[in-house]
Write a protein that binds this ligand. Structure first.
Ligand code: DC
Length: 223
């Protein structure tokens, strides 16, 4: 596979995109880029600065001012830094998850992060994961996948992931949060969550990450 190629992976919260994108990038020797982590980092910084979540001007200023960088650690995991501070753990806090959809609705924030994402993908050889990669960020990506799964399965996965990270969450609350987040992400005016017309839609319900990766790999190498 040509290493200048870009692969876009989009889909709703909890569909297993991160695991699959990370595994696919590692199989291909590509760089994995998690764009949700960038929206989370802006949200984390705005919350840390005690900015009101309705203050779109102040939140856009946060996005303009912060210096975001991604680095791959020895274990192959991507870490995210704000002004050289590692915030990889902090951006997964439930408080950030709860507010990130509001932040990602703000046009100024999207413009700034989209620009950064395009710069990161400019050399090719990337698997970029998010909500609008195939539609807005990299509309010319050579391969586009849209991963989905039933809302129950997505909530189960998110619950497990949060519990494994030490956050004691209730399934009912997680499913409510996911439904609300899907609603905001899908209905926002700018760059809503939706498959690109040329994306391959993959329903991951009942499939393991390995099975999904193998499916994607066969489509990637199949031309
Ligand atoms: O993938 P995630 O759950 O970490 O994403 C966090 C939020 O960021 C999600 O609710 C929607 C938003 N997002 C976005 O609007 N566009 C992207 N390309 C990636 C994420």
């Amino acid at each position: 596979m040509n290493s200048s190629v870009c692969i876009a992976i989009d889909g709703p919260a909890g569909a297993g995109k991160s695991t699959v994108a990370k595994m696919l990038a590692s199989k291909l020797g590509y760089v994995y880029i998690d764009t949700g982590a960038m929206y989370r980092a802006v949200t984390y910084q705005a919350l840390t600065d005690k900015i009101n979540m309705d203050d779109t001007v102040a939140i856009t200023q946060v996005a303009e001012a912060i210096d975001l960088s991604l680095k791959v650690d020895a274990g192959g995991n991507t870490r995210i830094f704000i002004n050289d501070k590692d915030v990889t753990q902090e951006i997964r806090r439930p408080e950030v998850s709860k507010n990130v959809s509001l932040v990602s609705r703000i046009p100024g924030v999207r413009i700034i992060l989209t620009r950064l994402q395009r710069e990161l993908a400019a050399q090719g050889g990337v698997v970029m994961e998010g909500r609008d990669i195939g539609t807005q960020v990299l509309p010319d990506a050579e391969k586009k996948f849209f991963l989905t799964a039933s809302v129950e399965e997505r909530a189960r996965r998110r619950c497990l992931e949060l519990q494994q990270n030490g956050y004691p969450v209730e399934y009912d609350q997680v499913i409510r949060d996911i439904i609300l987040r899907d609603e905001i992400d899908s209905n926002r005016a700018l760059a809503p969550l939706k498959p690109a017309p040329d994306a391959v839609i993959v329903d991951c319900s009942g499939l393991t990450a390995k099975q999904v990766v193998n499916m994607l790999l066969s489509m990637v190498s199949g031309g």
